[in-house]
Design a protein around this ligand. Sequence first.
Ligand SMILES: O=C[C@H](O)COP(=O)(O)O
Length: 248
Amino acid sequence: MRKPIIAGNWKMYKTNTEARALVNGLKEKTMPAAVEVVLCPPFTALTTVAELLQGTAIGLGAQDLFWEDEGAYTGEVSPLMLKELGCSYVIIGHSERRQYFGETDETVNKKVKAALRHGLKPIICVGESLQQREAGETNAFVAGQVEKALDGLAPESIPQVVIAYEPIWAIGTGRSSSGSDANEVIGLVRQTIAKKFGSSLAEQVRIQYGGSVKPGNIKEFMDQPEIDGALVGGASLKAEDFYGIISY
Ligand SMILES: O=C[C@H](O)COP(=O)(O)O
């Protein structure tokens, strides 16, 4: 049985003062034991949030990392640094990093290996554009992203991996996928993993849906057999909204 995981990707929101207010708002609520909850603040707020999460069951994640442990890579952040701050997860390959910052399937694969090397669980983002969906290319494109992201991984590391299926056309638009459509693509993602690593390991991988998840639609996704959670953007920025999702 896979434990559901719901992560809040704050993207480029929340100064340290705002981060403190958001986390304190969540700490006033009773977290559901049956759901793994993870917060992914900007790098600048990781220390503040890590301190506030001490003693709670809420996990900490980063939104990206570099694949080297250290070096002359101005502006980058290493897995060692994230681990020291208390991160247990790291989002890799988000469509916004692929779109704006040159992230490729190859760099995603390097980052996944670096994360696992340092005991960080990767939340690997995959998903098609509206053009690809309308052209019927979704399955082939998403399967290719999964294959390349996981290329060369040791089988024993596969259960540590989380995949987030985020159709690009649903991100930030208020137009989410349907539960059944998301379930179909996520089933394909799991089949793709099974082809490379066997069905026993594929069944252990938690796969989230992301793209305009709100308190009003989370249950539609969580009722689906293949969907194990959500990667939430906008609705993770207010304690009430995010709690409405994690307490589905
Ligand atoms: O990482 C989160 C996804 O980009 C979804 O963002 P959203 O919930 O604002 O659509």
